[in-house]
Design a protein around this ligand. Structure first.
Ligand SMILES: Cc1ncc(C[n+]2csc(CCOP(=O)(O)OP(=O)(O)O)c2C)c(N)n1
Ligand code: SF4
Ligand SMILES: [Mg+2]
Length: 351
């Protein structure tokens, strides 16, 4: 992980000796690119953005991934790189965050702002970043243990508050990093170090949990289906609000072959949700309306391996938008005082 300077520029390119940004004299004699960008009616000149280099896979790639050979998480990383390359996001605006787990090592492998945070606490961290810096693209990665067990409570609150971020949960039905304990999504009967005779507890149904929690974009995918993963990440990214993708990502070490029933290359079938096209055809009646919560719940009740795609999407306002409105209204009421003035007044009142 590294803290980035401005967009893909070398330090030399960042320090442009020809233009002293602080000097009014130099502003008037600046290069046409700078002078030409003055905004009419404004005292301060707009500085021309230097041309951006293309965001390549090389630029986004950081450390060499340290997952076991064959781990499903490699494919997730590859899909994420593809989305970043395709969307050409401003490099310095990419943020990847995670809790703890094999899957949560993700931010180490992305060259951008990032943090490998406390186990289960990545949603609160991401919430703060998203609310304070709405200009950043906040991507959150983690596992089933991190998201549904220790972080299950935070997941619910991020969902109900509808905080803008894209959360990708790599679900392998096991605690991988700590070497095979039962996870909240482990099926009944799974033998692990914590359940040597087989798991006896009812597993969490991620789709149902997210629908009930209030997430406004909920999808499911499979690490063996890279194109589908890319589609889901892009749709989640385009969604304003708390968007979550559950991805079946195999732990080849501690729960091998568990997702084969949804992998056509291993004799399974990958059934994709057919979404309504609203084209007034009889076939459309059978298709899924992603805004229908009950229909999403029914899809989530299908037996394993279930179906894949977008289960639910709604355009409920985000906390980011509501909070921004509240701050603007309050600022108007107090005559446009600056943050420092507000702080000073508050301290004065406390004296
Ligand atoms: C507070 C706390 N409790 C427990 C742990 C130990 N721990 C680290 S990762 C992990 C589970 C990770 O499982 P999951 O989120 O499914 O990720 P995976 O390794 O399977 O990708 C646990 C229990 C910890 N680091 N911190
Ligand atoms: S232990 Fe499992 S989840 Fe962790 S890196 Fe290895 S295969 Fe992947
Ligand atoms: Mg796991």
């Amino acid at each position: 992980m590294s803290m980035l300077p401005a967009p893909n520029l070398s330090p030399k390119e960042l320090v442009n000796d020809d233009v002293d940004l602080m000097s009014e004299t130099n502003m008037t004699t600046a290069s046409p690119a700078v002078a030409g960008n003055r905004q009419s009616g404004s005292d301060s000149p707009a500085i021309a953005e230097p041309p951006r280099e293309k965001l390549t896979k090389k630029a986004i790639t950081a450390d060499h991934p340290t997952w076991c050979p064959g781990c499903g998480d490699f494919a997730v990383l590859a899909a994420f790189y593809k989305v970043l390359e395709k969307r050409q996001l401003d490099h310095e605006k990419i943020v990847t965050l995670a809790g703890i787990g094999c899957s949560s090592r993700f931010p180490y492998f992305v060259n951008g702002h990032g943090a490998h945070y406390i186990h289960g606490r990545a949603v609160p961290l991401a919430s703060g970043i998203s609310l304070a810096r709405p200009d950043l693209h906040v991507f959150l990665f983690g596992g089933d243990g991190d998201g549904f067990s220790i972080g299950g409570n935070h997941l619910d609150h991020g969902a109900r508050k509808n905080i803008n971020m894209t959360y990708f949960i790599m679900d392998n039905f096991v605690y991988g990093l700590t070497k095979k304990q039962t996870s909240p999504t482990s099926p009944i009967g799974f033998k692990s170090k914590t359940d040597p005779i087989g798991a006896i507890d009812q597993p969490v149904n991620p789709m149902k949990k997210l629908i009930a929690g209030g997430a406004t974009f909920i999808a499911r995918t499979h690490a063996a289906q890279v194109n589908h993963m890319i589609q889901m990440i892009e749709r989640a990214f385009d969604h304003q609000g708390f968007s979550v993708i559950e991805c079946l990502s195999e732990c080849v070490e501690f729960f091998p072959d568990v997702f084969d029933p949804a992998n056509p290359k291993k004799g399974g079938s990958f059934e994709v949700i057919q979404e309504k096209k609203w084209d007034n055809t009889p076939e459309d009646d059978l298709r899924h309306d992603v805004t229908d919560e009950l229909a999403a719940y029914k899809l989530a009740s299908l037996p394993f391996p279930g179906v894949f795609g977008v289960f639910y999407q709604s355009d409920r306002p985000t906390k980011n938008a509501l909070e921004k409105k509240w701050i603007e209204t309050t600022r108007e009421k107090i005559g446009g005082a600056s943050d420092v003035e507000i702080l000073r007044k508050t301290f004065d009142r406390m004296k």
